[in-house]
Design a protein around this ligand. Sequence first.
Ligand SMILES: [Zn+2]
Length: 117
Amino acid sequence: MHEFSITGSMIEILERIIAEKKLKKVESVCLEINPLASIEPESVKFYFDFLTKENKLLKGARLVFNKKSLAVVCKKCGNEFESDDIFSGCPECGEISGCKTDNLDDDDIRIVSLVAV
Ligand SMILES: [Zn+2]
């Protein structure tokens, strides 16, 4: 149900953009997912199709998901690196449990761009 409310608010934002830009039909939407938010892209797709069934502007739009990279600092050796998975471990020393990230407070899902006519 986590994804259901997220998808609902995402559609609200999309509808606002559509109204502002006077778009006729959205073909695809590029989304960025916070790797820490445990969102299933398949669930978002499912709810999106369900919620836009009657929506001429959004129905059939393709959702493209990007996983966002996280800035990670290794607690063991201080190495800074980017990763889309906090459990991937430090590329320098291999430490897994000691990694932390700074952007924990970001949105779960963000609309990056959309293609429309
Ligand atoms: Zn390290």
